[in-house]
Design a protein around this ligand. Structure first.
Ligand code: PRP
Length: 192
């Protein structure tokens, strides 16, 4: 086990039963690269980074600090699943952005592209605002589960069909603060 967080006595699965898929060092290196790429691509522009609550918060915080450009933040709240093990196929907006996205250089920041339903739903909303430009940054992509096509313009890692937690990703709201991305044992989540 690569994580040092072994003292989670109340969680559904002990952290010791999880396998680390992506270490905090690998994440840090890749996020820094993504920040440099975005800095290069948008030189001279101010960015509006729009995170998707709650999973994207840690990634947005790290990515933003790797971008050497002026940036403002806003957030969408979305409810897509009762929990991620049982996709409902429905996406519901629980929080709209606070500011207009019109004529802004918008990067929508997600933790994971899974079925693609959430990102397609949000993409349609963002485009209705008529931004100057629109890009997608996602830490993870699980293409094997895609229902609706979508691609990230800036992608951290492509992962296999495993249920992952940590670095913002949850299981029943737990484990978001794990610094590594870990695989939840299949006997717990019952799905990939
Ligand atoms: C997760 C994740 C994405 C979405 C991706 O959110 O953070 O927003 O699912 O799944 P999709 O591609 O199948 O639509 P979740 O609903 O678990 O909420 P959370 O961000 O609060 O964890």
């Amino acid at each position: 086990m690569g994580t040092t967080m072994s003292q989670f006595p109340t969680v559904p699965v002990p952290v010791s039963r999880m396998k680390v898929l992506i270490t905090r060092d690998q994440i840090a290196r890749r996020v820094a690269e993504m920040g440099r790429e975005i800095t290069h691509d948008f030189e001279g522009h101010s960015l509006l980074l729009v995170g998707v609550l709650k999973g994207a918060t840690i990634f947005l915080a790290e990515l933003a600090r790797s971008i050497e450009l002026d940036a403002t933040f806003d957030f969408f709240g979305v409810s897509s699943y009762a929990d991620r093990t049982h996709p409902s196929g429905e996406v519901r907006l629980t929080k709209d952005v606070d500011m207009s996205l019109e004529d802004k250089t918008v990067i929508l920041v997600e933790d994971i592209l899974d079925t693609g339903l959430t990102m397609n739903y949000l993409k349609n909303i963002v485009l209705q605002h008529k931004p100057r430009s629109f890009k997608i940054a996602s830490l993870l992509d699980k293409p094997s589960r895609r229902i609706q096509p979508i691609d990230a313009d800036y992608l951290g890692f492509t992962i296999p069909n495993e249920f992952v937690v940590g670095y913002g990703l949850d299981y029943a709201e737990h484990y978001r603060n794990l610094p590594d991305i870990c695989i939840l044992p299949p006997d717990v989540c019952g799905a990939g």
